[in-house]
Ligand binder design. Structure first.
Ligand SMILES: NC(=O)c1ccc[n+]([C@@H]2O[C@H](COP(=O)([O-])OP(=O)(O)OC[C@H]3O[C@@H](n4cnc5c(N)ncnc54)[C@H](OP(=O)(O)O)[C@@H]3O)[C@@H](O)[C@H]2O)c1
Length: 211
């Protein structure tokens, strides 16, 4: 079985922002928990800045392939060395990720960002799990969430397979969409095995209109 690539990202509606000052532009704990549950036990591919945004610490239970222009500059704690490797090209990253995924019997490799790595790998992904964060403009036309890194435009060869809207009290609203690209599928993506978003989101209480 050859593993497939799925991109997982959250982006702001309207401007497609994904990052600001090497952080996420928003705080959405329920979406982070969803990310954790979806990617648990999987192999993750990421760029050096995204690794830095994780404070150079491995995420529990997962394998990490970090792409950097100089692999020796990637900070990896001694305790993480079995679960993190740094490589210097996208091609080598994919090769190592596939080897790892086969070894640990994981059918999906997740590409977790950031902007540069999404751009370089979008053409080979067969699936995407995209969280679109509501991003209204203020009276000056400024988006609520803005930043310096953006998610690439996607082509019309992608089919949206599922769509779940969520709202937890105190969090921005968001919609999770699963996408597939049939011509790239090496096998059916086991999206049906993904956890339901409702496990992570307690709906906001209905506002009583008083009517
Ligand atoms: N919203 C989301 O879902 C999401 C997900 C992930 C990240 N983010 C955000 O996105 C931002 C980071 O994105 P980014 O585009 O700045 O960085 P990135 O894609 O994480 O990493 C870019 C770095 O990776 C290395 N790299 C990239 N392509 C390479 C290649 N072909 N060969 C060798 N090295 C290569 C270079 O590192 P060096 O030259 O430094 O070695 C480059 O500066 C942060 O704000 C982060 O919080 C958001």
């Amino acid at each position: 079985m050859t593993p497939s690539y799925t991109i997982i990202a959250s982006y702001g509606a309207g401007n497609r922002v994904i990052g600001a000052d090497n952080k996420l532009p928003w705080k959405i704990p329920s979406d982070l928990k969803y990310f954790k549950q979806v990617t648990k036990k999987a192999v993750l591919v990421m760029g050096h800045n995204t690794w830095r945004s994780l404070k150079c610490k491995a995420l529990p239970g997962r394998k990490h392939v970090v792409i950097a222009s100089d692999a020796s500059s990637v900070e990896i704690a001694e305790k993480d060395k079995a679960n993190v490797i740094a490589v210097m090209t996208v091609e080598v990253a994919l090769m190592r990720a596939e080897q790892w995924a086969i070894e640990i019997d994981q059918p999906i490799i997740y590409i977790i960002g950031g902007g540069k790595i999404y751009e370089k790998t979008l053409h080979l992904a067969s699936g995407m799990i995209l969280t679109e964060v509501a991003n209204p403009k203020d009276e000056h036309g400024q988006y609520e969430f803005d930043g310096d890194v953006f998610f690439p435009e996607i082509g019309d060869d992608w089919i949206s397979a599922e769509d779940t809207a969520s709202k937890k009290a105190g969090e921005p609203e968001y919609t999770v969409r699963m996408y597939i690209r049939p011509d790239k599928l090496k096998q059916m993506l086991p999206f049906h095995e993904l956890p339901s978003l409702s496990e992570f989101v307690i709906p906001a209480p209905e506002v009583d209109s008083g009517l």
